[in-house]
Ligand binder design. Sequence first.
Ligand code: MV4
Length: 446
Amino acid sequence: MFKKILIANRGEIALRIIRTCHEMGIKTVAVYSKADEESLHVRFADEAVCIGPASSTDSYLHIPAIIAAAEITNVDAIHPGYGFLSENAKFSKICEENGIKFIGASPDMISKMGDKATAIKTMKKAGVPTVPGTDGIVSSFEDAKKAAKKIKYPIMLKATAGGGGKGMKVCNSDKDLKEAWKTTRREAKAAFGNDDMYMEKFIVDPRHIEIQIVGDSHGNYCHLSERDCSIQRRHQKLVEETPSPFMTDKLRKAMGDAAVKAASAVKYEGVGTVEFLVDKDRNFYFMEMNTRLQVEHTITEEVIDHDLVQEQIKVAAGIKISGMDYFPTKHSIQCRINAEDPFNDWRPSPGKITTYHAPGGHGVRIDTHVYSGYTIPPHYDSMIAKLITVAQTREEAISKMLRALNEYIIEGVKTTIPFHIQLLNNEDFRAGNFNTGFLDDFELKE
Ligand code: MV4
């Protein structure tokens, strides 16, 4: 087992990883930017190294500084958390070349799954259901038009390097396609430096349901059921839950089998997530595969009673997975608490937290790095806490969440707490009647 791990991240996830390391008897090294000197991950790690100024590019994304910190402190592994360098093939490779175990996917896996058209081609070949569309990239507008005729409008033009909702466009006609072929490619080139495009049938009002998977270095694969992440705003998830209120035993079996098939087809090692679009008739289609620990891994942990970071570390150390067969009996929900003002176009609201009081009680979990007197720096993601509840039923998990949200006191900055309270009181949400378009016409009351 590893003796010392460097955590190449900040905020709640850095703290989350440090906690598991310490429970496993593993020493920890935090890295931090000038803006994070007061952060709890710095305080709770065994050692801490300042890696640069506030800007992410010069600190949490600065590979030479992180590798230097790893060398100085003599760690045997690096955990990248989510975001930042977690799906950076170059970083994974540099760790490998320096004899440091990267607790995440191999450089090849990251590249293969990061290129969406390649990932879909790979999955289709493996027998995982995919959206009807082009077999890989389309190289000219003429070919795109021909493909659209075959797929039939509406279609979606997507950048193979796409992510976060950038570089994709719905087209209803050849005219739309002609326009999108120019603008969407330009957008992709600017955002990703790559304007390769592929096309899919447009699925109307899908749900976003993902399956958590784990693979080990001995060829064993398992899935840990689903998470419904349909409650999103501009491709930012706000609420996640498991099980999905839309799930049936039959669909879970089919999607779980497909996710395990996906993982074994690429010999996936570590924890990962297979994302699917699910239409109103419960047809499901592979969308993409995330080769990292996700923000919402917590709700899976709550219902399966396993620590996914521990699983990740064990698998990276070559240990076999075992006894992870799982049938859902409990329900868990996560609300992302962001320092944003939902009443003012969700504007970021960094600054000093003057009063902080966290809810507690049975079935309530909070993953956060903030405290009373903490100043949220303006340089990073606005998520400051994850509030998670677990109970026997969905109704109880929602009631518990509402109770916890009402107990949560964060003063000095605006947060998404009032949004969550209104959402959880919404009739359609409570009935499980929602899809990825839900927040487009959700009206917040002042
Ligand atoms: C789609 C789709 C409908 N049809 N693909 C959005 C992010 C990117 N990963 C893929 N996305 C979508 N792809 C086809 N063929 C609808 C979306 C989509 C979406 C997907 C998941 C969660 C939220 C979403 C919000 C808008 C659109």
